[in-house]
Design a protein around this ligand. Structure first.
Ligand SMILES: Cc1ncc(COP(=O)(O)O)c(C=O)c1O
Length: 460
């Protein structure tokens, strides 16, 4: 159960009482819980450190032993409006009392129509759109793959190295961020070609932006689509406007406009995966808006349900011409999850959270850049809004990733009351709730800086 307290993201007067470590984590209750988990839960989960969550409010997550952490994870970019936002909780409980379920694959109900209308409104593109509802990010990606195949009758896909689009068999065929996600699962879906992501800090072509002339995007046209992937056989290209699991990697401003021109030239559908970067995280509803590019379809999940399972594919109307019965999901667009989604959108609007993400995000990036000048282990700082990565390296000249150090930073931050994890090989990901106050952000950053300062000396 969420505990609703009048704190969390709210600005407190005087000293902030967070973080609050009352027993060295993991405390006795957390250890007990973890013993149960180790007995009964699948071994395939990644556990970064022993945080056993009990409740949350705003930007604070509390463990079962009463420790309170500043949450820079947002439950993996899900809690954009903060833990247990009262408006979301009230929408969920209100809907739960009226109608819990009535399979939208076969029947009708109002919340799905209302959320569909809102998603159409906030999604870029001055054209008619439709929404397919499902339960998760991977399912939204699966829907996008099947829709593109159905519409084009083509079977090939383009995706990026470093991409993460989910773990179901179709989605994991597009995913290419870590071997562990693919090992022993072959054969995957045939026909997926991965092209290099514009990761300028570690350019796959060993070139430097802007002198490179954006060869990585021309490579797609001049090599991939001209020599070994016939464009007329391609169903779609999947893009993350900011790579999430790949390491919070941000392409240069002119990258996506040029990519869009190439895709238009060959009539290839552009699917924008905003599952991690969407719903206001970067200070705009969708990260792709920073690049002034309009995709043909967008995949959403995570933050739109604020913790309830929901995914959505928002697409150009004309692409959703698949016939009745060709794709559906029993629980997709569940009325309670839709009520949560509507409350999330309303909260972002009414509390001006896009503005707060932009404002606090700029402060976060500035503080990390200041730290970068002091501590050479911070090799690169990048991101937009409250989706910021700080890449840890052993040496700023060799740029060798410091994966063990990153693990140590995470663990020490956790013990001191800051919940933060990595992405990619050694990038610390800063993704606090969009409701976060300057005071909590600064306090969290002070914890992070204290740990970095302590460990910077131990790096050779
Ligand atoms: C960009 C992106 N796409 C897809 C997914 C898969 O979402 P889910 O875990 O809900 O299946 C994720 C999850 O982290 C993601 O970050």
């Amino acid at each position: 159960m969420c505990s609703i307290r009048p704190v969390g993201g709210a600005v407190m007067s005087g000293k902030i009482p967070y973080p609050r470590i009352v027993v060295t984590p993991p405390g006795p209750k957390a250890r007990e819980l973890i013993r149960g988990d180790e007995s009964y839960v699948s071994r395939s989960m990644v556990r970064w450190y022993p945080l056993a969550a009990e409740s949350g409010s705003g930007s604070i997550v509390r463990d079962v032993d009463g420790n309170e952490y500043i949450d820079f994870n947002s439950g993996l970019a899900v809690l954009n409006v903060g833990h247990c936002h009262p408006r979301v909780v009230s929408a969920i409980t209100g809907q739960a009392k009226r109608l819990l379920h009535y399979s939208y694959t076969d029947f009708y109900y109002q919340p799905i129509v209302d959320l569909g209308a809102e998603l159409v409104k906030i999604t870029p593109g001055a054209f008619a759109k439709r929404v397919f509802f499902c339960n998760s990010g991977a399912e939204a990606v699966e829907a996008a793959m099947k829709m593109s195949k159905w519409h084009t009758r083509n079977s090939l896909f383009l995706a990026y190295t470093g991409a993460f689009h989910g773990r179901t068999l179709g989605a994991v065929s597009l995913t290419a961020s870590k071997l562990v996600q693919r090992r022993h699962f072959f054969p995957l879906l045939p026909g997926v070609t991965h092209v290099p992501y514009p990761y300028c800090y570690r350019c796959p072509f060993h070139l430097t932006y802007p002198e490179c002339g954006l060869w990585c995007v021309d490579f797609i046209d001049e090599e991939v689509l001209s020599k070994y992937v016939p464009p007329e056989d391609v169903a779609a290209m999947f893009v993350e406007p900011i790579q999430g699991e790949g390491g919070y990697v941000v392409p240069p401003d002119d990258y996506f406009p040029r990519l869009r021109r190439i895709l238009d030239k060959y009539n290839i559908i552009m699917i924008d995966d905003e599952i991690q970067s969407g719903v206001g995280r970067t200070g705009k509803w969708y990260a792709i808006e920073h690049f002034n590019v309009v995709p043909d379809a967008v995949c959403l999940a995570k933050a739109i349900g604020s913790g309830l399972p929901i995914g959505a594919l928002v697409s150009k109307d004309e692409l959703m011409d698949w016939e009745a019965g060709s794709h559906a999901s029993t629980f997709g667009g569940n009325p309670v999850a839709c009520a949560a989604g509507l409350a999330v959108i309303e909260t972002i609007r009414e509390e001006r959270l896009l503005e707060n993400a932009t404002k606090q995000g700029a402060h976060l990036a500035n503080r990390l850049k200041e730290m970068q000048r002091k501590y050479p282990i911070l090799g690169d700082v990048r991101g937009k809004g409250l989706m910021i990565g700080a890449e840890l390296v052993k040496d700023p000249d060799t740029k060798q990733p410091a994966a063990e150090l990153a693990q140590e930073v995470m663990t020490k931050c956790f013990k001191r009351g800051l919940a933060i994890i990595t992405s990619g090989r050694s990038t610390m990901r800063f993704a606090p709730p969009l409701v976060i106050s300057r005071e909590l952000l600064d306090t969290g950053l002070d914890v992070f800086e204290g740990v970095v300062k302590e460990l910077a000396g131990s790096v050779r």
